[in-house]
Ligand binder design. Structure first.
Ligand code: FO1
Length: 324
Protein backbone atom coordinates (compact mmCIF):
# COMPACT_ATOMS: atom_id res chain seq x y z
CA UNK A 1 0.00 0.00 0.00
CA UNK A 2 1.35 3.47 -0.86
CA UNK A 3 1.94 5.83 2.04
CA UNK A 4 -0.70 8.24 0.66
CA UNK A 5 -3.28 5.45 0.61
CA UNK A 6 -2.28 4.30 4.10
CA UNK A 7 -2.69 7.84 5.44
CA UNK A 8 -6.16 8.14 3.91
CA UNK A 9 -7.31 4.82 5.39
CA UNK A 10 -5.92 5.68 8.81
CA UNK A 11 -7.78 9.00 8.94
CA UNK A 12 -11.23 7.42 8.49
CA UNK A 13 -12.91 6.23 11.64
CA UNK A 14 -14.27 2.69 11.00
CA UNK A 15 -17.55 3.42 12.82
CA UNK A 16 -18.19 6.50 10.74
CA UNK A 17 -17.23 5.00 7.41
CA UNK A 18 -19.65 2.08 7.90
CA UNK A 19 -22.65 4.40 7.77
CA UNK A 20 -24.46 5.78 4.80
CA UNK A 21 -24.63 9.47 3.98
CA UNK A 22 -27.07 11.01 1.51
CA UNK A 23 -26.46 14.43 -0.02
CA UNK A 24 -28.78 16.72 -1.98
CA UNK A 25 -26.79 18.71 -4.52
CA UNK A 26 -26.83 21.30 -7.26
CA UNK A 27 -23.68 21.88 -9.31
CA UNK A 28 -20.57 23.94 -8.62
CA UNK A 29 -21.25 25.05 -5.00
CA UNK A 30 -22.32 21.57 -3.93
CA UNK A 31 -19.32 19.93 -5.59
CA UNK A 32 -16.90 21.72 -3.28
CA UNK A 33 -18.46 20.06 -0.26
CA UNK A 34 -18.92 16.75 -2.10
CA UNK A 35 -15.18 16.74 -2.88
CA UNK A 36 -14.57 16.96 0.88
CA UNK A 37 -17.18 14.34 1.78
CA UNK A 38 -15.82 11.95 -0.86
CA UNK A 39 -12.39 12.22 0.75
CA UNK A 40 -13.58 12.03 4.35
CA UNK A 41 -16.19 9.26 4.33
CA UNK A 42 -16.34 5.88 2.67
CA UNK A 43 -17.25 7.00 -0.89
CA UNK A 44 -19.20 3.80 -1.51
CA UNK A 45 -21.50 4.78 1.36
CA UNK A 46 -22.16 8.24 -0.10
CA UNK A 47 -25.26 8.65 -2.29
CA UNK A 48 -25.79 11.94 -4.06
CA UNK A 49 -29.20 13.13 -5.24
CA UNK A 50 -28.71 15.74 -7.94
CA UNK A 51 -30.86 18.52 -9.36
CA UNK A 52 -31.82 17.97 -12.99
CA UNK A 53 -33.93 21.12 -13.38
CA UNK A 54 -30.94 22.70 -15.18
CA UNK A 55 -30.99 19.99 -17.86
CA UNK A 56 -31.42 21.23 -21.40
CA UNK A 57 -31.53 19.78 -24.91
CA UNK A 58 -29.00 21.42 -27.24
CA UNK A 59 -28.03 20.30 -30.76
CA UNK A 60 -30.32 17.32 -30.17
CA UNK A 61 -28.30 16.21 -27.12
CA UNK A 62 -29.46 15.88 -23.54
CA UNK A 63 -27.18 17.99 -21.30
CA UNK A 64 -27.34 17.39 -17.52
CA UNK A 65 -24.99 20.07 -16.14
CA UNK A 66 -25.32 19.32 -12.43
CA UNK A 67 -24.99 15.55 -12.84
CA UNK A 68 -21.86 16.14 -14.92
CA UNK A 69 -20.35 18.76 -12.60
CA UNK A 70 -20.69 16.39 -9.62
CA UNK A 71 -19.36 13.41 -11.61
CA UNK A 72 -16.39 15.26 -13.12
CA UNK A 73 -15.50 16.76 -9.72
CA UNK A 74 -15.46 13.41 -7.93
CA UNK A 75 -13.59 11.81 -10.84
CA UNK A 76 -10.92 14.52 -10.52
CA UNK A 77 -11.26 15.62 -14.15
CA UNK A 78 -13.21 18.87 -13.69
CA UNK A 79 -11.91 22.25 -14.82
CA UNK A 80 -11.31 23.59 -11.32
CA UNK A 81 -11.23 27.26 -12.37
CA UNK A 82 -14.69 27.15 -13.98
CA UNK A 83 -16.13 24.38 -11.81
CA UNK A 84 -17.73 22.69 -14.85
CA UNK A 85 -16.51 20.86 -17.95
CA UNK A 86 -13.29 18.89 -18.36
CA UNK A 87 -9.87 20.26 -17.45
CA UNK A 88 -7.81 21.10 -20.55
CA UNK A 89 -10.95 21.16 -22.70
CA UNK A 90 -11.03 22.32 -26.35
CA UNK A 91 -14.04 23.74 -28.22
CA UNK A 92 -13.41 22.80 -31.85
CA UNK A 93 -16.75 21.06 -32.35
CA UNK A 94 -18.59 24.11 -31.03
CA UNK A 95 -16.73 26.32 -33.53
CA UNK A 96 -17.84 23.99 -36.34
CA UNK A 97 -21.43 24.03 -35.02
CA UNK A 98 -21.31 27.82 -35.07
CA UNK A 99 -20.16 27.72 -38.70
CA UNK A 100 -23.33 25.74 -39.38
CA UNK A 101 -25.32 28.60 -37.84
CA UNK A 102 -26.11 26.81 -34.60
CA UNK A 103 -26.38 28.57 -31.23
CA UNK A 104 -23.10 28.62 -29.33
CA UNK A 105 -23.82 30.54 -26.12
CA UNK A 106 -23.60 27.32 -24.11
CA UNK A 107 -19.96 26.22 -24.11
CA UNK A 108 -19.93 22.52 -24.83
CA UNK A 109 -16.37 21.25 -24.96
CA UNK A 110 -15.13 18.46 -27.22
CA UNK A 111 -14.62 15.97 -24.37
CA UNK A 112 -17.82 17.04 -22.62
CA UNK A 113 -19.74 16.40 -25.86
CA UNK A 114 -18.75 12.73 -25.63
CA UNK A 115 -20.66 12.55 -22.32
CA UNK A 116 -23.74 14.16 -23.90
CA UNK A 117 -23.53 11.87 -26.96
CA UNK A 118 -23.25 8.81 -24.71
CA UNK A 119 -26.12 9.92 -22.44
CA UNK A 120 -28.34 10.79 -25.39
CA UNK A 121 -27.58 7.47 -27.11
CA UNK A 122 -28.46 5.53 -23.94
CA UNK A 123 -31.73 7.46 -23.60
CA UNK A 124 -32.54 6.77 -27.28
CA UNK A 125 -31.92 3.06 -26.59
CA UNK A 126 -34.59 3.20 -23.87
CA UNK A 127 -32.34 3.54 -20.82
CA UNK A 128 -33.30 5.98 -18.04
CA UNK A 129 -31.42 9.12 -17.03
CA UNK A 130 -30.44 7.30 -13.82
CA UNK A 131 -28.97 4.41 -15.81
CA UNK A 132 -27.07 6.87 -18.00
CA UNK A 133 -25.71 8.66 -14.90
CA UNK A 134 -24.62 5.29 -13.49
CA UNK A 135 -22.84 4.36 -16.72
CA UNK A 136 -21.00 7.71 -16.83
CA UNK A 137 -19.90 7.71 -13.18
CA UNK A 138 -18.67 4.10 -13.40
CA UNK A 139 -16.73 4.83 -16.61
CA UNK A 140 -15.08 7.79 -14.84
CA UNK A 141 -14.26 5.66 -11.79
CA UNK A 142 -16.50 7.49 -9.28
CA UNK A 143 -17.26 5.25 -6.31
CA UNK A 144 -20.33 7.09 -4.98
CA UNK A 145 -23.78 6.62 -6.52
CA UNK A 146 -24.98 9.73 -8.33
CA UNK A 147 -28.75 9.79 -8.74
CA UNK A 148 -30.82 12.24 -10.78
CA UNK A 149 -33.74 13.57 -8.72
CA UNK A 150 -36.12 12.16 -11.35
CA UNK A 151 -35.86 10.23 -14.59
CA UNK A 152 -38.45 12.54 -16.15
CA UNK A 153 -37.47 16.00 -17.45
CA UNK A 154 -38.46 18.79 -15.01
CA UNK A 155 -37.00 21.94 -16.60
CA UNK A 156 -36.67 24.99 -14.36
CA UNK A 157 -38.38 27.95 -15.99
CA UNK A 158 -37.58 31.46 -14.82
CA UNK A 159 -40.49 33.88 -15.20
CA UNK A 160 -38.49 37.00 -15.86
CA UNK A 161 -38.81 40.63 -16.88
CA UNK A 162 -38.02 39.32 -20.41
CA UNK A 163 -40.67 36.58 -20.29
CA UNK A 164 -40.22 32.88 -19.53
CA UNK A 165 -36.63 31.66 -19.87
CA UNK A 166 -35.13 28.20 -19.42
CA UNK A 167 -32.77 28.39 -16.43
CA UNK A 168 -29.66 28.05 -18.65
CA UNK A 169 -30.92 30.87 -20.91
CA UNK A 170 -31.40 33.05 -17.82
CA UNK A 171 -28.03 32.14 -16.25
CA UNK A 172 -25.66 31.68 -19.18
CA UNK A 173 -27.20 33.39 -22.22
CA UNK A 174 -28.61 36.38 -20.30
CA UNK A 175 -25.99 36.30 -17.48
CA UNK A 176 -28.65 36.45 -14.73
CA UNK A 177 -29.50 40.03 -15.75
CA UNK A 178 -33.31 39.77 -16.18
CA UNK A 179 -35.36 40.40 -13.03
CA UNK A 180 -36.80 37.17 -11.62
CA UNK A 181 -40.57 37.33 -11.01
CA UNK A 182 -41.23 33.64 -10.42
CA UNK A 183 -39.83 30.15 -10.82
CA UNK A 184 -41.58 26.97 -11.83
CA UNK A 185 -40.51 23.40 -12.39
CA UNK A 186 -42.30 22.23 -15.50
CA UNK A 187 -44.08 18.86 -15.17
CA UNK A 188 -42.90 18.36 -11.58
CA UNK A 189 -46.41 17.25 -10.61
CA UNK A 190 -46.11 14.22 -12.90
CA UNK A 191 -42.43 13.46 -12.18
CA UNK A 192 -41.58 10.52 -9.93
CA UNK A 193 -38.42 10.40 -7.83
CA UNK A 194 -35.77 8.33 -9.62
CA UNK A 195 -35.26 4.80 -8.23
CA UNK A 196 -32.99 5.02 -5.19
CA UNK A 197 -33.78 8.64 -4.25
CA UNK A 198 -36.28 8.08 -1.43
CA UNK A 199 -34.40 4.94 -0.34
CA UNK A 200 -31.15 6.96 -0.04
CA UNK A 201 -32.85 9.49 2.26
CA UNK A 202 -34.53 6.74 4.27
CA UNK A 203 -31.38 4.63 4.69
CA UNK A 204 -28.83 7.34 5.51
CA UNK A 205 -27.40 8.05 8.94
CA UNK A 206 -27.21 11.72 7.95
CA UNK A 207 -28.68 13.67 5.05
CA UNK A 208 -26.63 16.68 3.99
CA UNK A 209 -28.14 19.55 2.02
CA UNK A 210 -25.16 20.97 0.13
CA UNK A 211 -24.55 24.74 -0.08
CA UNK A 212 -26.47 25.18 -3.33
CA UNK A 213 -29.03 27.74 -4.47
CA UNK A 214 -32.13 27.00 -2.34
CA UNK A 215 -34.53 28.15 -5.07
CA UNK A 216 -33.19 26.59 -8.27
CA UNK A 217 -30.82 23.81 -7.14
CA UNK A 218 -32.30 22.35 -3.94
CA UNK A 219 -35.83 23.68 -4.69
CA UNK A 220 -36.43 21.38 -7.70
CA UNK A 221 -35.31 18.29 -5.72
CA UNK A 222 -37.65 19.22 -2.84
CA UNK A 223 -40.49 19.66 -5.34
CA UNK A 224 -40.27 16.06 -6.60
CA UNK A 225 -43.10 13.98 -5.16
CA UNK A 226 -42.27 12.51 -1.74
CA UNK A 227 -38.80 14.04 -1.27
CA UNK A 228 -39.76 16.84 1.12
CA UNK A 229 -41.97 14.50 3.16
CA UNK A 230 -39.16 11.93 3.38
CA UNK A 231 -36.79 14.65 4.65
CA UNK A 232 -39.39 15.86 7.17
CA UNK A 233 -39.58 12.31 8.52
CA UNK A 234 -35.76 12.40 9.01
CA UNK A 235 -35.62 16.03 10.24
CA UNK A 236 -33.30 15.44 13.18
CA UNK A 237 -30.71 13.82 10.88
CA UNK A 238 -30.85 16.48 8.17
CA UNK A 239 -27.91 18.93 8.11
CA UNK A 240 -28.20 21.92 5.75
CA UNK A 241 -25.16 24.03 4.88
CA UNK A 242 -26.15 27.62 4.19
CA UNK A 243 -25.09 28.87 0.72
CA UNK A 244 -25.34 32.54 1.78
CA UNK A 245 -22.55 34.08 3.86
CA UNK A 246 -22.74 37.69 5.00
CA UNK A 247 -25.76 38.26 2.75
CA UNK A 248 -23.89 37.14 -0.40
CA UNK A 249 -24.06 33.86 -2.35
CA UNK A 250 -21.01 31.64 -2.14
CA UNK A 251 -21.61 30.90 -5.85
CA UNK A 252 -24.03 32.16 -8.51
CA UNK A 253 -27.04 34.48 -8.29
CA UNK A 254 -28.82 33.04 -5.18
CA UNK A 255 -28.67 36.34 -3.25
CA UNK A 256 -30.15 38.33 -6.14
CA UNK A 257 -32.86 35.73 -6.85
CA UNK A 258 -33.88 35.55 -3.18
CA UNK A 259 -34.17 39.34 -2.96
CA UNK A 260 -36.07 39.67 -6.25
CA UNK A 261 -38.60 37.08 -5.10
CA UNK A 262 -39.16 38.83 -1.76
CA UNK A 263 -37.13 36.50 0.46
CA UNK A 264 -34.42 37.72 2.80
CA UNK A 265 -30.97 37.20 1.18
CA UNK A 266 -29.39 36.04 4.42
CA UNK A 267 -28.69 32.88 6.38
CA UNK A 268 -31.98 33.40 8.23
CA UNK A 269 -33.81 33.79 4.90
CA UNK A 270 -32.51 30.39 3.71
CA UNK A 271 -33.19 28.85 7.14
CA UNK A 272 -36.86 29.83 6.82
CA UNK A 273 -37.07 27.92 3.53
CA UNK A 274 -35.54 24.80 5.13
CA UNK A 275 -37.05 24.95 8.65
CA UNK A 276 -39.66 22.21 8.17
CA UNK A 277 -37.13 19.47 7.28
CA UNK A 278 -33.75 20.54 8.73
CA UNK A 279 -32.43 19.45 12.14
CA UNK A 280 -29.09 21.29 12.09
CA UNK A 281 -28.55 24.46 10.07
CA UNK A 282 -24.89 25.23 9.46
CA UNK A 283 -23.83 28.86 9.17
CA UNK A 284 -20.52 30.62 8.81
CA UNK A 285 -18.97 32.53 11.72
CA UNK A 286 -19.71 35.74 9.85
CA UNK A 287 -23.44 35.13 10.41
CA UNK A 288 -23.29 34.01 14.02
CA UNK A 289 -25.43 36.96 15.11
CA UNK A 290 -28.36 35.26 13.31
CA UNK A 291 -28.00 31.98 15.22
CA UNK A 292 -30.68 32.80 17.82
CA UNK A 293 -33.23 33.86 15.21
CA UNK A 294 -32.55 30.62 13.28
CA UNK A 295 -32.88 28.48 16.43
CA UNK A 296 -36.26 30.12 16.99
CA UNK A 297 -37.37 28.52 13.69
CA UNK A 298 -37.02 25.11 15.36
CA UNK A 299 -33.54 24.00 14.27
CA UNK A 300 -30.20 23.54 15.97
CA UNK A 301 -27.50 25.81 14.61
CA UNK A 302 -23.84 24.92 14.08
CA UNK A 303 -21.37 27.74 13.44
CA UNK A 304 -18.19 26.88 11.51
CA UNK A 305 -16.15 28.14 8.54
CA UNK A 306 -18.21 27.32 5.43
CA UNK A 307 -16.25 29.18 2.74
CA UNK A 308 -14.37 26.51 0.74
CA UNK A 309 -11.59 27.74 -1.52
CA UNK A 310 -8.90 25.11 -0.99
CA UNK A 311 -9.08 21.29 -0.90
CA UNK A 312 -8.11 21.49 2.79
CA UNK A 313 -11.10 23.78 3.54
CA UNK A 314 -13.45 21.40 1.70
CA UNK A 315 -12.21 18.44 3.70
CA UNK A 316 -12.29 20.35 6.97
CA UNK A 317 -15.95 21.32 6.51
CA UNK A 318 -16.85 17.74 5.49
CA UNK A 319 -15.08 16.38 8.60
CA UNK A 320 -16.87 18.87 10.84
CA UNK A 321 -20.27 17.94 9.37
CA UNK A 322 -19.62 14.21 9.75
CA UNK A 323 -18.70 14.81 13.40
CA UNK A 324 -21.93 16.69 14.22
N1 FO1 B 1 -21.86 27.79 -17.28
C1 FO1 B 1 -21.60 28.99 -17.83
O1 FO1 B 1 -21.62 29.99 -17.13
N2 FO1 B 1 -21.34 29.09 -19.19
C2 FO1 B 1 -21.33 28.02 -20.01
O2 FO1 B 1 -21.13 28.16 -21.21
C3 FO1 B 1 -21.56 26.71 -19.42
C4 FO1 B 1 -21.49 25.56 -20.17
C5 FO1 B 1 -21.65 24.32 -19.53
C6 FO1 B 1 -21.52 23.14 -20.26
C7 FO1 B 1 -21.68 21.91 -19.64
C8 FO1 B 1 -21.97 21.86 -18.26
O3 FO1 B 1 -22.10 20.67 -17.67
C9 FO1 B 1 -22.09 23.02 -17.53
C10 FO1 B 1 -21.93 24.26 -18.15
N3 FO1 B 1 -22.05 25.44 -17.42
C11 FO1 B 1 -21.82 26.66 -18.03
C12 FO1 B 1 -22.42 25.42 -16.00
C13 FO1 B 1 -23.93 25.41 -15.81
O4 FO1 B 1 -24.62 26.23 -16.65
C14 FO1 B 1 -24.36 25.88 -14.40
O5 FO1 B 1 -23.30 26.22 -13.58
C15 FO1 B 1 -25.17 24.89 -13.71
O6 FO1 B 1 -26.27 24.47 -14.45
C16 FO1 B 1 -25.65 25.43 -12.37
O7 FO1 B 1 -25.48 24.46 -11.44
Amino acid sequence: MSSAKRKKTARRSPARSAQRIAALAGGVGASKLLFGLYAECDPEKLEIIVNTGDDIVMHGLRISPDLDIVTYTLAGVVDAAKGWGFRGETFRTLERLRAYGRENWFNLGDLDLATHLHRSALLAEGKTLGEAAESIRLALGVQSRILPMSNQPVPTIIESSEGPLHFQEYLVKRRAEPVVRGIHFENVEIAAPAPGVLEAIRGARRIIICPSNPLISIGPILAVRGVREELQARKKDVIAVCPIVGGKSLKGPSDRMLAQLGYEASARGVARLYADFTGIFVIDGEDKSQAEAIRALGMDVAVMPTVMKTPAQKRRLARALLAL
